[in-house]
Design a protein around this ligand. Sequence first.
Ligand SMILES: NC(=O)c1ccc[n+]([C@@H]2O[C@H](COP(=O)([O-])OP(=O)(O)OC[C@H]3O[C@@H](n4cnc5c(N)ncnc54)[C@H](OP(=O)(O)O)[C@@H]3O)[C@@H](O)[C@H]2O)c1
Length: 320
Amino acid sequence: MPTMRAAYASSFDPDNPLAALTVGERPEPTHPEEDWVTVQVRASSLNHHDLWSLRGVGLSSDQLPMILGCDAVGTDPDGNDVVIYPVVATPGDPRGVSILSEHFPGTLAERVAVPRMNLIPLPTGLPATDAACLPTAWLTAWRMLTTKGRIGDGESVLVQGSGGGVATAAVTLAVGLGKRVYATSRDAGKRERIAALGATALEPGARLPERVDVVIETVGEATFEHSLKSAAPMARIVVSGATAGHEPKVNLRRVFAMQLEILGTSMGTPDELTDLLTFCAEHEVRPVVDSVVPFSRVEDAFARLHSGDAFGKVVVDHSA
Ligand SMILES: NC(=O)c1ccc[n+]([C@@H]2O[C@H](COP(=O)([O-])OP(=O)(O)OC[C@H]3O[C@@H](n4cnc5c(N)ncnc54)[C@H](OP(=O)(O)O)[C@@H]3O)[C@@H](O)[C@H]2O)c1
C-alpha cells in the first residue's frame, strides 16, 4: 500500500499531548465519495484543536490513528493553488459536519483528501504560509466580528485573552477594519505586542475608556463578567470558546436592561472564508505568524504551540 509522511495522533495523553504525537508513514488518502479530490499540501498551521485531539478530547480511541491538522493551502489535481475549507459534511456526527482531523484525516501530511467544493482559490499576492493560517482561527474571528458581531461604522470592540489564536486574529482584523480596539491580556509582554498591532492593550478586568459595541469572548469564566460590564447598550457579546471555563456567572439583569445579545458561533461558511481571503489580500492584512517550521521538523511546531509561548500562528512549511 502506498504511503506518505504525516503527523498523527497514535494514542491519547491528557497530561502530555506531545507524547501521543507520532510522525511517520500513513496510507495515501482515499476518497469516501466521488466528488473528493487529493490536494498536495504546501503549507499548514496548527491550532489548539490539534493538542485537544492528542489529549483525547473530541476523538475516540477507535478513530486512532488520526492525521492531525485543520488548516492548509495546497495544489489541486489541476495544478491550481487552493485554500482548503476544513468543514466537511459528516452524516454520523450530531453536528452534521466535522472539521478535518475529526472524522476525516487532517492536513498535517504530504497530501489530504477533501470534497472538491471545499477548495477556494488562493488569492494572488497572499503567500501560502499566510493563507494557511486563515481557515480555522481566523475564519472564526472574522465571523465573530462581521456576521455575528455585525460591527458597524464608528463602533468599538473588546477582545478578551488577546494572546490567544482566535483573539490575535480578532485584534488584527478589527484594526484592519478600522475599528477602535481594546484588548486584554494577563501578560505584559503580550500586551506590548497587541499594542503594536494597533489596539489599546489593557490588563484583564481594567475599566475601558468607553463601553464597546462588540465583545470577542474565547476565555469564558475568567473574563465574562468584565465582558458584560464593558458592553454598551445593544452590544453583541460573541462567544466561540471558553478556555478558562464554560460556566460563568451571568447577570441577567444587565443582559435585559442593556439589551445585550450573547451569541455563540463556530467556524464560518465557505463564503465567509472567501471574503476573509479577499479582505486580507486586498487590504494587505496579514496573520500574526509566530514561526514557520519545516514539515521535516513538525514535532518542533507542536512543542512550540504546547509551550504556551507562541504569539500568533505556528505554520508548517511542507516544501521543506
Ligand atoms: N468555535 C470555534 O469555531 C473555535 C475555533 C477556534 C478556537 N475555538 C476555541 O476558542 C478558544 C480559544 O482558542 P485559541 O486557539 O485562541 O486558544 P489559546 O490560543 O489557548 O487562547 C486562549 C487565551 O485565553 C486567555 N486565557 C486562558 N486562560 C485564562 C485565564 N485563566 N484567565 C484569563 N485569560 C485566560 C489567554 O490569553 P492571555 O494569555 O493573553 O491572557 C490565552 O491566550 C478555545 O477554547 C478553542 O477551543 C473555537
